[in-house]
Design a protein around this ligand. Structure first.
Ligand code: ZN
Length: 304
């Protein structure tokens, strides 16, 4: 069990570490200044502990899912369901191709959209939602949030949230920090904004363009009950992702997996058994989650 968890963590951390390179800088063409981000009043903090029945019910309307103060790396590991997630869009070239594949396959996914791109391409965001996908928050301008102050982190989250609300009429319930970079402030501000932080446990670093067969084989190798798959529909050339997606979907369907949105995955989630350990870590001012070593130790403690 521990070996499996650690393998998952290492895979995830590998993604995070590699994602820390030049990816966004090389691909982002917008200049976003702090003045374009406004602060907003935020929703109340919820303190209830999530206890959901682990029964998938794909046809029911969305249930209320408590906002969590800790990140979700995967869903219920006893259900044959997998969540496809796409970061860094909307992108006018690749996102429509991915939406077409999802629609053809009858699959719903989750799009972690960047706020300023939501403003630029609202019609794509509408299409994401119209097809039954979940639109979620990936910050306003994709900075490394761990380098920002708490108010600046909150601004990044709420500015993107408000951009999504302006297009869809509802605020997102889920947030993914750019590069997976997080610390206590990031988690706390996301929760304060009413959004649960979602990470992943299955990635092939598709943004590095490692080749279609590499993307397919690595994603399939890491796929398991409750997996959250990270792919990218924006931020650069995503032709390999577009090519890999139909193979991934078909193979995982053949293996008996059901594709769910992060909303559904969260509804089906059983609360991690060591939430109290997590809470005590979060309240310990001396603990920083910014280094890989500390993050490993922290996650090992939380998900033991
Ligand atoms: Zn990203």
């Amino acid at each position: 069990m521990i070996v499996i968890v650690l393998t998952t963590i290492l895979a995830m951390l590998g993604s995070i570490t590699l994602a820390t390179s030049t990816f966004w800088h090389r691909t982002s063409s917008h200049v976003v200044t702090k003045t374009s981000i406004t602060r907003h009043a935020v929703v109340s903090i919820q303190t209830s502990i999530p206890v959901q029945k682990p029964t998938p019910s794909l046809t029911s309307s969305p249930k209320h899912v408590p906002v969590l103060g800790y990140p979700i790396f995967n869903g219920n590991t006893h259900l044959a369901e997998i969540a496809l997630t796409f970061d860094d869009g909307p992108n006018p070239y690749y996102t429509p191709q991915i939406l077409a594949i999802l629609q053809r396959s009858g699959v719903k996914a989750t799009f972690f959209d960047v706020g300023y791109l939501v403003v630029d391409y609202p019609n794509i965001v509408r299409q994401e939602s119209k097809q039954g996908n979940i639109v979620a928050d990936h910050s306003w301008s994709h900075p490394r949030l761990t380098l920002l102050s708490a108010p600046a982190i909150l601004s990044q989250i709420t500015a993107a949230s408000n951009a999504i609300k302006a297009v869809l009429g509802v605020k997102p319930s889920f947030f993914r920090p750019p590069y997976g970079a997080m610390n206590r402030s990031v988690l706390a501000e996301a929760r304060f904004a009413g959004e649960t932080t979602i990470l992943w446990d299955d990635s092939a670093e598709d943004w590095r363009l490692p080749g279609v067969s590499f993307i397919v084989s690595k994603i399939l190798r890491l796929a398991r009950d409750g997996a959250i798959i990270l792919m990218h529909d924006g931020g650069g050339n995503r032709a390999q992702t577009v090519a890999a997606l139909p193979i991934i979907i078909k193979t995982l369907k053949n293996r008996g997996f059901q594709f769910v949105t992060i909303q559904q995955l969260a509804e089906d989630l059983v609360a991690p058994p060591s939430q109290n350990a997590y809470s005590s870590i979060l309240s310990d001012a001396k603990i920083s989650l910014t280094s890989i070593t500390q993050l490993l130790a922290w996650k090992r403690k939380v998900y033991r």
